[in-house]
Design a protein around this ligand. Structure first.
Ligand SMILES: Cc1cc2nc3c(=O)[nH]c(=O)nc-3n(C[C@H](O)[C@H](O)[C@H](O)COP(=O)(O)O)c2cc1C
Length: 149
């Protein structure tokens, strides 16, 4: 089971967290969503997806081309498994973490299956981003391993 840690970022936090997850797992690779063709998503991998929010509840720049391609191509993602972690800031109130929500909705609409908890990091909290993201990834992967057993 290969692990791809996908990230959508604007100012680098999701990328840094994705790279730290790969380092902590000692497995997988970090991939910027802007470099991924939705047609290349496969049921033989598991995807850990990190996505921030920018503007006012919008996708970050590096996730937008992927979502545009997903909506244009509408690939059948049945059998594709992913877990999602949204980065945001609760001071944006109603727009909190909507980028991750939006990305998950687009993957679900194409038939992908979500596993694990919907992870979140709030930049207004004192939670450490890397510690939160690594703990989320490890729990999500344990869930998918249990489901596959
Ligand atoms: C200009 C700007 C707009 C933002 N808009 C939102 C927002 O609407 N909702 C939210 O939850 N967080 C928002 N954030 C917070 C970011 O999502 C948060 O800082 C995140 O850690 C950035 O991750 P990134 O560096 O991977 O893009 C915004 C941050 C900036 C600087």
């Amino acid at each position: 089971m290969s692990i791809d840690v996908l990230y959508g970022t604007e100012s680098g936090n999701a990328e840094m967290a994705a790279e730290e997850i790969v380092a902590a797992l000692g497995d997988g690779r970090a991939v910027d969503l802007q470099d991924l063709d939705p047609d290349d998503l496969t049921s033989s991998a598991v995807y850990l997806v990190l996505c921030s929010t920018y503007g006012d509840g919008e996708l970050p720049a590096s996730a937008q081309p992927f979502v545009d391609a997903l909506q244009a191509k509408r690939p059948d993602l049945t059998g594709v498994r992913y877990a999602i972690f949204g980065l945001g800031d609760s001071s944006y109130a109603e727009s909190y973490s909507l980028g991750g929500n939006q990305l998950a909705e687009c993957l679900d609409a194409q038939g992908a299956a979500r596993f694990g908890d919907f992870g979140r990091h709030d930049a207004s909290s004192s939670d450490d981003l890397v510690a939160s993201a690594v703990a989320w990834a490890e729990t999500a992967l344990a869930d998918v391993a249990t489901a596959a057993a």
